[in-house]
Design a protein around this ligand. Structure first.
Ligand SMILES: [Mn+2]
Length: 316
């Protein structure tokens, strides 16, 4: 027996062994962004990344859907959390943009970067960083949320969580899913713009999932930035969010959406999962978020041999 068997598993996503989670070896990287400043109702999103990492160490590596332990093949490297203490929303977004652009431009870079929020306002920095590092050509966003997040500004800031999608659509077109709450200003904007395709909450519960065909078409041969505000899910399975809204997406439907995006896109270089505000002592939502992040890495990194080969050569 090695003496190291006496110690806990490493404090990283999924508790992966050291060699599988090294920067040099891992094809997926995870960046925790524990930021919260503009939350308007229930607080706690700054604790989201730590809760997801803690829960992930209990997630079974074996995945029935793949019949293997996919993370042991592709590897996930967990970076240290971004340091955003006392930063204003503007300064935070700049820091997130710099961090994401920096990680994606480095010679040693991930094939897929996952980002853990934190409140949804971080996403403006994430998509800007992605566009800066890799360009915005053929880039589209898929956005799961209960809220349209299309306000020009909210409570005095254009960088509030309530403006996340407005800032994203300045970079690329958006396909929104699960929307069930928005203001009259946003309703007008949604009708006027061609930059945004909206699937409302009640359409997502349709048994046949007809919207999935439109989604597949939207992402076909595109590079996709996939942003998931967990309040897009049904609050009966995801109550640990600042602003829970009745209705919303089931676990199985969420996975169908993720499979559709990752299976039809040319590439999903970056995703984020935001707005988990853990409820002390209630672990189910943290565990759901951890399982979702694991599936997102698997859907993006376990592909047909041909695609994998092409991607590997691109990264040299
Ligand atoms: Mn939301």
């Amino acid at each position: 027996m090695s003496v190291y068997e006496l110690f806990q598993t490493p404090w990283n996503f999924l508790g992966l062994p050291q060699d599988v989670s090294e920067r040099a070896r891992a094809r997926g990287w995870l960046l925790p962004v524990p930021y919260e400043a503009t939350t308007s109702y229930g607080a706690g999103a700054r604790d989201g990344p730590a809760a997801i990492l803690a829960a992930s160490r209990q997630v079974e590596l074996y995945d029935r859907e793949f019949g293997s332990e996919p993370a042991m093949d592709y590897g996930v490297h967990t970076t240290l959390p971004l340091n955003l203490v006392h930063k204003s929303p503007e300064a935070m977004i700049q820091a997130v943009e710099d961090a994401v652009a920096g990680l994606l431009s480095d010679r040693q870079r991930p094939e897929v970067l996952g980002v853990l929020g934190g409140e949804h306002s971080i996403s403006a920095g994430v998509v800007r960083g992605l566009a800066r590092a890799q360009g915005a050509d053929s880039l589209v966003a898929v956005h799961v949320d209960a809220h349209a997040d299309l306000r020009e500004e909210y409570e005095g800031s254009p960088y509030s969580h309530a403006c996340a999608a407005k800032r994203i659509q300045e970079v690329c077109p958006i396909f929104q899913i699960g929307i069930r709450n928005y203001s009259s200003e946003e309703a007008v904007f949604m009708r006027r713009t061609r930059h945004i395709h909206t699937v409302f909450s009640e359409e997502t519960t349709d048994a046949k999932g007809l919207f999935l065909r439109d989604l597949a078409k939207f992402v076909k041969n595109k590079r996709v930035y996939f942003t998931i505000d967990l309040d897009g899910l049904d609050p009966s399975i995801m109550p640990a969010v600042g602003t829970p809204e009745p209705g919303g997406i089931s676990w199985e439907r969420m996975l169908e959406i993720a499979r559709t995006v990752c299976g039809n896109a040319a590439q999903v270089p970056v995703f984020d999962v935001v707005e988990l505000a853990p409820i002390p002592g209630f672990r189910a939502p943290d565990f759901l978020a951890a399982r979702l992040v694991y599936r997102l890495f698997s859907y993006t990194l376990v592909r047909s041999g041909k695609t994998t080969k092409k991607r590997r050569s691109r990264h040299g």
